[in-house]
Design a binder for this molecule. Sequence first.
Ligand SMILES: Nc1nc2c(ncn2[C@@H]2O[C@H](COP(=O)(O)OP(=O)(O)O)[C@@H](O)[C@H]2O)c(=O)[nH]1
Ligand SMILES: [Mg+2]
Length: 224
Amino acid sequence: MTQNQTLVDVVLPCLDEAGALPWVLARLPQGYRAIVVDNGSTDGSADIARSLGATVVHEQRRGFGAAAHAGLLAATAPIVAFCDADASMNPEDLPRVVDPVADGTRDLVLGRRRPTVAGSWPVHARIANTSLSWRLRRITGVTIHDLGPMRAASREKLLSLNLQDRRSGYPLEMFLRASEAGWRIHEVDVPYAPRVGRSKVTGTVRGTLTAIGDMSRLLREVRR
Ligand SMILES: Nc1nc2c(ncn2[C@@H]2O[C@H](COP(=O)(O)OP(=O)(O)O)[C@@H](O)[C@H]2O)c(=O)[nH]1
Ligand SMILES: [Mg+2]
């Protein structure tokens, strides 16, 4: 592979992650391009990302899903990976989710978060994820233990899923639609460390309630 050939576009939804971005962006494997998607940061995240060589996409709409989807639309590489921009996960681990897609053996690979130290993951978020994964195993028959945010799939196939959620349900909707479409879905372990800075989603009461609401709606639709 030549230096300027991008195999993987890495979508990094980013809301006020100025403190984490330098660590995150320094760890992208060769052939991986960072697409930082900002929708409302006030801490200079976009400028920092740009100065560190990342492609920066601005999305008007608020929400995690709006950012993730804008990143997917901006991507051009054959494979798109998603990763949080809070330094809780190390981009050096991205090949764990990308390689099975790149070699054609899997269609969607999810990183199961494995805490590196106690306190990496708030207890309520862990319990919610375990129970959600249990429900998803029952609904889809796919063996997963975590609906992890680090993941990879083919760009064209992701676009074909026609995802609609633009808030916290986006990762769940991706999993459900992929499973309905008969994708070969696989889970691998990825280390999960305490984030840098403050949580925007499951570390806040409002974020947690929004996530539960968005995901519950998607699950109700599946049952119909
Ligand atoms: N652009 C954008 N990024 C977001 C938004 N909400 C969360 N993020 C980013 O998504 C990633 C996961 O959010 P985080 O706060 O770590 O959620 P947690 O892991 O559940 O605590 C981080 O990189 C956040 O900066 C949002 O509304 N817009
Ligand atoms: Mg986080």
